[in-house]
Design a protein around this ligand. Structure first.
Ligand SMILES: [Zn+2]
Length: 850
C-alpha cells in the first residue's frame, strides 16, 4: 500500500481479507464503512485485458544464487548495492539475459571471470536490464554477473504507457531523517508481486527460485532482519555495523526481505529453531500476548501437513506504515502496525491472531511451494485463508472454526462481482487484481468443501503429497488436482473444472413434502442460479428427536428430489447440507419448529445461527422468543452477539421480555465483546436506571466496553459524559473508546471544546476509526465560528487525506473534497466568506499533491 499509509490498518474490525502484500483490505474496510461505494465504479473502460491470456513467465534463464552487499543513504532514501547473481540458461542455449531492475542507476554490469569483473554490454530502459553475455551459454553452464547499482525507490517513475507502479516501491524508508515525531525510523521491503526488483536486479517472477546472501551495513544502533540465519555481525569504526544473513534454501525473489530499525526482539523457539518477534520497544511487554501462539501454530501446521517446518527460523516483524496487512517473506513475516495492540485492546481478544496463522501457513503454501504465476495465486492464498479456519478449529473448537468458515462464505457473497471471476484467473487487468475475495475466502471454502468430500485423512495426505512433490519449486492448481487424484484414486477434473476454472456459486431453493400416510418425506432441491448447473455432493440429515440418520446424495440437476422413509414418526427436522459447508445462497423453507429442533439437535454454529436468524423474524411467537432467550446464553460468544444484534428493542413487547437479560449481559457476560454490544443496546433506552452500570463500565479495561459505556452514558447524562470524555481523552485510547470520546466531544461539546476534539481527532490511531470520524468532525467544523479553529480543523482533515496511500487517493480524495466543499457551502451561506475561501484553496490546492 504506501509509505505514508500511516495507521491505515483496517483489519481489526473488518471481515477477513488478509492481504499478503496488497491493498485490498484497506479499501474493503473503507468501503465497508459505506462511504466509498461510489468510488468503486471508476473502472477503466478499457476491456482489452479480457482477451489477454496471462501465461506463466517463460523461463529463458534460471536464477541459482543471489548475493547482495548493501548500505543505505537515509538522507536521500537510496540504497547502494552490489550484487553477484548466479544464473544459467533454463534449457535452450542463449547469449542474453533479461533482468528486472526498476528505476535504478547502474554503475557496473560485468561477468565474473577468474575472480575479475569483465564489463558486459547492456541495454537499460529503467525497467529491464538486457545483458549481452560474452558468449552463448548452455543450460549445463552457470555464470555469475556482478552489478553495482543505486536503488532509488522514491524516484521510481511510472513508465509512459505501462501499468502504474506508483505504490510498488519495494524498498521503504520510514521517517528516514527522523523528522516525524513519535514515529520510529525504519527500513523494510515489500516484494509481492514484482517490486523487489526495485532494490536488486533479478528475474522478478514467482516461478524463479534462488538461494540468497545479504550483507547489510546499517547504523550500529539498529537491529536487522532478513531471510535465513544471521551468520555474523561486524562492528565498523564509523558507527555502523555489518550483518551477514544467509538463506541456504531456494525461494522466490518476491519473498526476499530486509527490515532495519530500533526493535525489541523477543525470542521463543520451536524444536531448537529461533521463533522471534520484532516489535517497537513499547510493545515488548505484550509481544508474547500478540505472537506467543506462534510455536504452537508451527507445531500444528507441521503435524497436519506432515512436513516439519521447513526453514531455519521464523521471525515476525511489525513495520510502521506498512502497505498491507502482512507479508509472508520466507522465514521473516512482516506485519502491519495494526498487529501492535496494547494490553487494553488485547482484553477484547487478539485481532491479529488469524493473520499470524495465515502468514505462517504461507511458509508451506507460497514459500516452500510457490504459485507459478499470479493467475494461480489460489495455491498460495486459498490455503493461507483456509489455515485460519483450521487453526481456529484446532485451538478454540468446532464453533470457532465454523464461524471463521461461515464468515468466509459471507465475505465472498457480499461482493456480487466476485461471482464473475474464476478462481484460477487467466485474464485480469492488473496482476494486483487477483488478491481478492475469490482467491481468498472463496478459495478457502472450496478447500473446505473438498476436505469434507474426500475426508480428513485423504485431504491432509494429498496436501502432503502436493508439498513433497513440488517443494522448492513452483506449482499450479493442476498439480494440486494430481496430488488429490493420486491419493484418492478418483478423477477430480469435475471438481477443478467447476470450482477452479469456472466462476459463480449455486443458488438453492429447498422444499420439503411430508407424506404421513406413506411415511415418506421428499426433499426437493432446485438450482436457481441460471443455466450453469453445479454438481454438489451433500449430506442430508433426517432427525427424530436426537436421533439422526445421514443420507449422502448428489445435487446435479435443475431440480433434484430425494425421498426418505420415516424411521419412526414424522421427522422433526430434515437438515440439508448437514455440515453447513456449501458455498451457496439458499432459500431453505423450514418451519419454526424445524429451526427450534435444528438449534438444539443439529447444533453446529451455522445451524444455531440460522435458527436465531429465523426466530428473530418471528418474535411475536412465544417459541421463537424462548429460543432467543436460550441463544442469549449460548455457549459461544459469537452466537450471543449475533442474537443481541437481532433484537429490535424499539418494540415495547420485545423490550419488556429481553431487557433484564441484556442488562445482566452488560454487566456479567464473560466476553468483553458481548458486554460491549449489550451496553450499546441498553444505551438506546436512555434509561437512567443504568447510569451506575454505564459509569462503572467506562473504567473497564476493554476499550470496546469503556467506549460503548461512555456513548451510552451520554444518552442519559450528556454533561457528565462530556466531562468524562475530556478526562479520558488525556489517556491513550484506541478503537471504540477513541471513537466514543470523539463522538461525545462533538455531540455535547461547544466551541470551547474544539481544541480537545481536534486533538483527539489528530491522535486517533487507526484510519478506520478516523475515517468514520471525518463526517462528524466536518459537521462540527460547520458550527465553529473562530476562523483559526476552522483552519486548524480543515488542515487536520487535509493532513489525513494526504496521509492515505497514493493507490487509494483516487477513491478517497473525492470523499474528503465533497465533505469539505459541503462545509464551505455552509460557511458561504452563513456569510463567512473568509472561511469558505480558505476551504476552497485547500481543496483545490491539495490536488497538486496527488
Ligand atoms: Zn496471504
Amino acid at each position: 500500500m504506501n509509505v505514508i499509509q500511516s495507521k491505515l490498518t483496517l483489519s481489526v474490525q473488518t471481515p477477513k481479507l488478509r492481504k499478503c502484500g496488497k491493498a485490498l483490505f484497506l479499501l474493503s474496510g473503507l468501503i465497508s464503512c459505506g462511504l466509498l461505494l461510489h468510488a468503486q465504479e471508476q473502472q477503466s473502460g478499457d476491456e482489452a485485458w479480457r482477451k489477454q491470456y496471462r501465461a506463466s513467465a517463460t523461463k529463458y534463464n534460471d536464477l541459482i544464487h543471489t548475493k547482495l552487499d548493501v548500505k543505505f543513504d537515509y538522507d536521500k532514501s537510496y540504497m547502494y548495492g552490489k550484487e553477484w547473481v548466479t544464473i544459467k540458461p533454463h534449457f535452450y542455449p542463449t547469449d542474453s539475459l533479461s533482468l528486472d531492475a526498476k528505476g535504478m542507476d547502474l554503475h557496473t554490469v560485468a561477468i565474473v571471470k577468474d575472480g575479475k569483473n569483465v564489463p558486459l554490454k547492456y541495454d537499460y530502459d529503467g525497467m529491464i536490464l538486457r545483458v549481452h553475455l560474452d558468449r552463448i551459454y548452455k543450460y549445463t553452464e552457470k555464470y555469475t554477473l556482478y552489478i553495482n547499482y543505486t536503488a532509488k525507490p522514491n524516484e521510481l517513475k511510472v513508465h509512459a504507457g505501462s501499468a502504474a507502479i506508483t505504490d510498488a516501491k519495494g524498498l521503504y524508508f520510514i521517517n528516514p531523517k527522523g523528522e516525524e515525531k513519535d514515529k520510529p525510523t525504519e527500513i523494510w521491503t515489500q516484494g509481492e508481486t514484482e517490486a523487489n526488483s526495485v532494490w536488486f536486479p533479478t528475474i522478478d517472477k514467482p516461478n524463479q527460485k534462488t538461494t540468497e546472501e545479504i550483507i547489510m551495513t546499517v547504523p550500529a544502533k539498529y537491529v536487522t532482519l532478513s531471510n535465513g540465519l544471521l551468520v555474523n555481525q561486524k562492528t565498523n569504526g564509523d558507527g555502523t555495523r555489518t550483518d551477514y544473513w544467509k538463506m541456504d534454501l531456494p525461494h522466490a525473489p518476491y519473498l526476499f526481505f530486509m527490515g532495519i530499525g530500533d526493535f525489541a526482539v523477543i525470542k521463543d523457539s520451536y524444536k531448537g529453531k529461533e521463533v522471534s518477534y520484532y516489535v517497537e520497544k513499547a510493545y515488548a511487554p505484550v509481544a508474547r500476548r500478540i505472537f506467543g501462539h506462534t510455536p504452537e501454530m508451527i507445531a500444528f501446521y507441521s503435524r497436519i501437513t506432515g512436513i516439519d517446518y521447513p526453514w531455519a527460523k521464523y521471525s515476525q516483524m511489525v513495520g510502521r506504515d506498512y502497505v498491507s496487512g502482512a507479508m509472508e517473506n520466507t522465514t521473516c513475516t512482516l506485519h502491519g502496525d495494526g498487529a501492535q495492540q496494547d494490553a487494553r485492546q488485547l482484553t477484547d481478544g487478539n485481532d491479529w491472531e488469524d493473520i499470524i496463522a495465515h502468514e505462517l501457513f504461507h511458509q508451506w503454501f507460497g514459500d516452500l511451494v510457490t504459485t507459478e504465476s499470479w493467475s494461480n495465486i489460489t495455491v498460495n492464498e486459498s490455503f493461507a485463508d483456509y489455515s485460519e479456519t483450521l487453526w481456529n478449529e484446532y485451538k478454540y473448537g468446532k464453533d470457532a472454526g465454523d464461524a471463521v468458515n461461515y464468515q468466509g462464505i459471507q465475505s465472498y457473497l457480499q461482493q456480487p462481482e466476485s461471482a464473475e471471476k474464476n478462481l484460477v484467473r487467466f485474464y485480469y487487468a492488473d496482476k494486483e487484481d487477483v488478491f481478492d475475495q475469490v482467491s481468498y475466502p472463496k478459495g478457502g471454502r472450496i478447500l473446505n468443501m473438498l476436505r469434507y468430500y474426500v475426508g480428513d485423512s485423504a485431504f491432509f495426505k494429498s496436501l502432503n503429497l502436493y508439498l513433497t512433490t513440488n517443494k522448492f519449486k513452483s506449482a499450479e492448481a493442476q498439480n494440486l488436482r494430481l496430488a488429490f487424484e493420486e491419493v484418492t484414486g478418483q478423477d477430480l477434473n469435475w471438481y477443478w473444472n467447476q470450482w477452479y476454472y469456472n466462476s459463480g456459486h449455486p443458488k438453492l431453493n429447498i422444499d420439503y413434502a411430508y407424506d404421513d400416510a406413506a411415511k415418506k418425506v421428499q426433499v426437493i432441491v432446485g438450482q436457481t442460479q441460471g443455466e450453469k448447473l453445479f454438481r454438489l455432493p451433500i449430506a442430508i440429515d433426517v432427525y427424530n428427536g436426537a436421533t439422526k440418520s445421514r443420507h449422502k446424495v448428489w445435487i446435479e440437476n435443475k431440480t433434484d428430489t430425494f425421498t426418505f422413509a420415516y424411521n419412526g414418526g414424522k421427522p422433526d427436522l430434515v437438515n440439508v447440507d448437514g455440515d453447513k459447508i456449501l458455498l451457496c445462497e439458499k432459500k431453505d423453507n423450514k418451519t419454526l419448529d424445524n429451526y427450534l429442533h435444528q438449534y438444539k439437535y443439529a447444533g453446529g454454529f451455522v445451524d444455531r445461527r440460522e435458527a436465531v436468524d429465523f426466530c428473530a423474524k418471528h418474535l411475536d411467537d412465544a417459541k421463537a422468543q424462548s429460543l432467543m432467550k436460550v441463544a442469549l446464553n449460548d455457549k459461544y460468544y459469537r452466537i450471543r452477539n449475533f442474537t443481541l444484534s437481532k433484537l429490535d428493542l424499539k418494540k415495547e413487547a420485545i423490550r419488556t421480555i429481553f431487557e433484564p437479560l441484556i442488562a445482566a449481559m452488560a454487566e456479567h457476560d464473560n466476553s468483553r465483546v458481548v458486554r460491549a454490544r449489550a451496553i450499546d443496546l441498553l444505551g438506546n433506552f436512555g434509561n437512567p436506571a443504568y447510569k451506575d452500570l454505564f459509569l462503572k463500565a467506562t473504567s473497564d479495561s476493554s476499550y470496546s466496553v469503556a467506549g460503548n459505556a461512555l456513548a451510552a452514558l451520554s444518552e442519559i447524562d450528556s454533561v457528565q459524559a462530556l466531562a468524562l470524555a475530556k478526562k479520558m481523552q488525556k489517556a491513550p485510547a484506541k478503537g471504540e473508546l477513541s471513537t466514543a470520546i470523539s463522538g461525545v466531544l462533538i455531540k455535547s461539546g461547544g466551541e470551547s471544546d474544539f481544541d480537545a476534539i481536534a486533538e483527539n481527532f489528530e491522535k486517533m490511531p487507526t484510519s478506520q476509526n478516523k475515517f468514520q470520524m471525518v463526517m462528524p468532525f466536518s459537521s462540527m467544523l460547520t458550527k465553529v465560528t473562530s476562523t483559526d479553529k476552522l483552519k486548524r480543523g480543515v488542515d487536520l482533515l487535509i493532513q489525513f487525506k494526504e496521509a492515505i496511500p497514493a493507490a487509494y487517493r483516487k477513491q478517497t480524495d473525492p470523499y474528503f473534497d465533497n465533505t469539505l466543499n459541503g462545509v464551505a457551502a455552509q460557511k458561504q451561506a452563513s456569510g463567512l466568506q473568509d472561511q469558505a475561501d480558505y476551504i476552497k484553496t485547500k481543496v483545490t490546492g491539495s490536488k497538486k499533491a496527488f
